[in-house]
Ligand binder design. Structure first.
Ligand code: GTR
Length: 404
């Protein structure tokens, strides 16, 4: 009894700040609202522990090694009746034959560098718009069917490029399969092997999978944008839908240069709280997509209670930068309520910085965005998708935070 009391007093002393380094490594945060006493406590103690958890147990660590990448502008022209400049850039990764091809549409009437939305695409750059000048993305899914199978523009409903340009933003995209084909192929066709240590042929259990590689590539596009005079690289929002929404969150967490982070219908392993086991679960996602996360994530299959921190921790890691989580009303698989609760439970961290979060908010109705703070959320009517409605909200949100 006595020793128990002494231990409690010691613990309380450590947690109240008497000890600079509280033993956070063993704290189980679960899925609860992340309430801490100060920004200092968050930044010095909890943030590093939570970051280490996501790096080691969920998405896998990104390599420390840098590989030289050379940018070469492959093509430039006018698009959308002269409203935009189309620029296509190859990012040539040393040691690989496959460059990342970046497609950019930049407002042509901009008075200075344009802010941008960087959004990875599923089907190939050539599928975001019927523009015949778009270079076919290497490894894009439709390239398997030969030249006859190329489906230019089929994803254009997800890419209201003209509206985005008219709002003064550049649109920048790269294809996921160009970077790392979305299949469990042992990372044979991606850049992973360029980072292996001597004798290594597969990532270690705490090293990056495909989502890590996709997020890494978005940072490489950011490196290029820092040198492109027509882009206002301090005002770049990273956006992604679904598996690419999981990716945009991880890119936003690992690279503070992204000024706004937007997750569209990202679901399990993205914004949704795993503990709810609603729709897709950790076990289901690891079974269907064994290549997305690091191998350590399998420890949590049907074992969500063991997660030291849930996905609200991922959102909190973006603080104090603005973050937007969006769901769709018919997207039960992605668990809209779990996505909302994650944004709410991350909010106390934003509030520590004196910024408006969603603490106290209740799940809003359909098409009633809550976006006047630093943590935003909406539930769009309809199915799992990214639509003009979603983009309109992201533009409004960016306008407010970028002072436009
Ligand atoms: C589903 C997957 C989800 C989501 C989605 C998508 O098959 O279960 O996690 O990422 O794909 O990317 O559209």
């Amino acid at each position: 009894m006595k020793s128990c009391l002494i231990t409690s007093i010691l613990c309380a002393l450590m947690l109240c700040g008497a000890c600079e380094q509280a033993p956070v490594a063993d704290i189980h945060y679960g899925a609860e609202p992340l309430k801490f006493k100060s920004v200092k406590e968050w930044e010095k103690q909890h943030r590093p522990a939570i970051m280490a958890f996501f790096e080691n147990e969920v998405y896998g660590k990104m390599p420390e090694k840098n590989i030289p990448i050379k940018a070469e502008v492959l093509e430039e022209g006018s698009a959308f009746g002269g409203k935009a400049i189309r620029r296509q850039v190859a990012l040539k990764v040393e040691g690989s034959d496959i460059p990342m091809i970046v497609l950019m549409y930049i407002p042509s009437n901009a008075k200075g560098p344009s802010p941008a939305f960087l959004c990875m695409n599923f089907k190939g750059n050539h599928n975001v718009n019927p523009d015949p000048e778009i270079i076919i993305s290497p490894n894009a899914p439709d390239t398997k069917n030969g030249p006859e199978g190329i489906t230019r523009g089929v994803a254009s409903s997800r890419w209201p490029i003209e509206m985005i340009i008219d709002s003064g933003y550049a649109v920048v995209t790269v294809n996921r399969d160009n970077v790392d084909p979305d299949s469990d192929d042992g990372f044979k066709n991606s850049y992973h092997s360029l980072f292996y240590k001597e004798g290594q042929s597969y990532p270690e259990p705490d090293e990056w999978g495909t989502i890590g590689m996709w997020a890494w590539s978005l940072s490489r596009v950011m490196d290029y944008m820092e040198d492109d005079k027509s882009i206002d690289h301090k005002h770049v929002a990273v956006v992604g839908h679904s598996r690419l929404g999981k990716t945009s969150l991880w890119a936003g967490v690992t690279d503070p240069r992204f000024a706004i982070v937007i997750s569209n219908n990202s679901g399990c392993g993205g914004a949704a709280l795993s503990i709810r086991k609603h729709g897709e679960t950790v076990a289901k996602i690891n079974k269907s997509f064994p290549h997305w996360f690091c191998d350590n994530y399998n420890k949590y299959n049907d074992n969500e209670e063991a997660l030291k921190i849930d996905q609200q921790g991922l959102i909190a890691l973006i603080a104090p930068r603005p973050v937007y989580v969006a769901s769709a009303s018919l997207d039960d698989w992605a668990d809209p309520e779990g996505e909302f609760l994650s944004a709410v439970n991350a909010s106390p961290v934003y509030e520590l910085y004196g910024l408006k979060g969603l603490t106290g908010a209740t799940m809003p109705g359909i098409n009633s965005p809550l976006q006047d703070g630093h943590v935003a959320y909406h539930l769009r009517e309809g199915k799992h998708d990214i639509t003009s409605y979603d983009w309109e909200q992201y533009i409004k949100f960016a306008n407010r935070h970028f002072g436009r």
